[in-house]
Design a protein around this ligand. Structure first.
Ligand SMILES: *Cc1c(COP(=O)(O)O)cnc(C)c1O
Length: 219
């Protein structure tokens, strides 16, 4: 059989069960590559840096793309979000959630968000500590300008993907206690494990686009 015509995307789609979706991580990738993947049928794209994202959103506004934000969000960037993003996956504090909620209400918007959970306990990784998340949960879900629909995690990059399975299991366990049913977990490196553990969004960059350009400091 000749597999050469199958794109990386179509090979990944074959591995998804119902309810599992592919998020194409386009940070530090040129708009041309986004257009190419779009032409293959991809509609959900994710960016990490607000300014880079806004530029691409403007350049590609003729396309019917759902943009997601998956990178850590600085509070002073909240006012730039407007209604540009379908979902923000990186809520990591009550303060940030409140600011997004307030800004959304001002423009008659309810922003869909996921809470990023730091399960590996590494202080260098962003995300809510589980204990703080449980403490803040009621306040988070009571905010009128956001809808907390999912949990996201970014486990440490173990060179053996199997080692990340415990983190995906734990995220799902926490979500089940909180009545959550969307899980953003798994990257190019460990998405197969994440799918087995019930990811509803896998976030793939390198696998779909190839290596990224270097991050420049002005982002
Ligand atoms: C960059 C990034 C990804 C994609 O990583 P790849 O290894 O390129 O698939 C996924 N999630 C987050 C939060 C990222 O920052």
């Amino acid at each position: 059989m000749d597999f050469s015509k199958d794109s990386a995307r179509s090979l990944i789609l074959k591995q998804l069960s119902s309810g599992q979706k592919l998020l194409a991580v386009s940070k530090l990738q040129p708009s041309e590559k986004i257009e190419k993947l779009y032409s293959e049928g991809q509609r959900d794209f994710a960016e990490n840096y607000v300014q880079e994202a806004l530029k691409k959103i403007e350049t590609l506004n003729h396309l019917d793309i759902r943009w997601h934000l998956i990178g850590p969000l600085q509070k002073n960037k909240v006012k730039l979000l407007k209604k540009n993003f379908f979902c923000i996956h990186s809520i990591d504090s009550l303060d940030l959630a409140m600011r997004i909620s307030d800004a959304s209400l001002e423009i008659q918007h309810v922003q869909k968000v996921f809470v990023q959970v730091n399960l590996s306990g590494e202080t260098s990784k962003s995300g809510y500590e589980v204990k703080n998340l449980l403490q803040d949960w009621e306040k988070l879900t009571n905010l009128k300008g956001i809808s907390v629909d999912g949990l996201m995690t970014m486990p440490p990059l173990e060179n053996i993907p199997e080692k990340n399975r415990v983190f995906f299991k734990e995220l799902k366990y926490i979500g089940s206690k909180l009545n959550i049913n969307e899980y953003s977990m798994g990257t190019s490196h460990d998405y197969r494990i994440a799918l087995e553990e019930g990811a509803t969004w896998i976030r793939l960059g390198t696998m779909l686009f190839g290596e990224r350009q270097q991050k420049r400091d002005h982002q």
